[in-house]
Design a binder for this molecule. Sequence first.
Ligand code: HEC
Ligand code: HEC
Ligand code: HEC
Length: 154
Amino acid sequence: MMRKMGIIKRSLAMVTGLLCAGVFSASAGEIPATLDINLQASCPTISGLPKDKKMVKDFSHKAHAEKYLLGNEKYSPVPYTDEFTCVACHAGAKDANSITKDLVCKGFETAFEHEGGAKKFQNHFHKTCKACHKAMKKDGKATGPVSCKGCHKK
Ligand code: HEC
Ligand code: HEC
Ligand code: HEC
């Protein structure tokens, strides 16, 4: 009986976890644990994005924000601090609580402008994400993938 309750509790926790990660959009101040990076689908307000070819599934969003970036500022092409890691990926963010989905999309749009527009958006991600993994790897640190398949798993 006790065991059965445990299983029910655990599956309830799992369902809640899944709902939080995916179905409901996060409101300001919340940090989604994982998310699929697919700007074409999540930011329709950005005009001129090319058709989706390769999204990044199950990106460990919260772990990056609260763990992976800590102490690794020198490897990131975009400046941030351990106290405010969000700004490494969210241009224009003033503090964690101010980050809404609208601001996320506006931030990316601004960042893409520096790469020559929305059509070149993959350059932005390859610079900000891959470049950090590359620099850390070169320095012998545990880090994320640098191979295409590491980020773009079918
Ligand atoms: C390493 C990069 C990175 C860091 C650091 C980061 N984020 Fe994000 N975040 C992203 C990406 C990429 C997306 C958009 C993915 C998509 O929807 O295509 C996103 C999306 C979001 C969203 C929108 C979620 C939704 O509803 O679609 C919120 C809110 C957010 N981030 C908050 C934060 C906060 C708060 C922090 C800091 C504590 C943070 N992020 C740190 C990369 C990052
Ligand atoms: C400050 C450097 C830095 C930046 C910027 C960064 N990462 Fe990472 N990434 C890491 C580190 C550190 C790890 C985890 C290494 C470990 O296993 O301890 C990691 C792990 C990963 C993993 C492997 C899965 C996991 O959770 O361990 C993926 C996939 C990944 N990163 C994708 C991305 C994407 C996509 C972006 C940009 C939106 C990004 N990273 C930006 C440092 C970075
Ligand atoms: C560190 C993670 C990472 C690595 C490694 C990486 N990419 Fe990407 N790439 C991304 C992210 C994040 C995006 C933005 C995805 C989106 O919003 O659709 C992206 C976007 C793209 C796009 C445009 C996607 C689209 O939807 O139109 C292409 C094409 C692409 N990458 C190819 C590659 C190839 C080829 C390699 C290997 C040489 C590679 N990537 C390595 C993270 C990575």
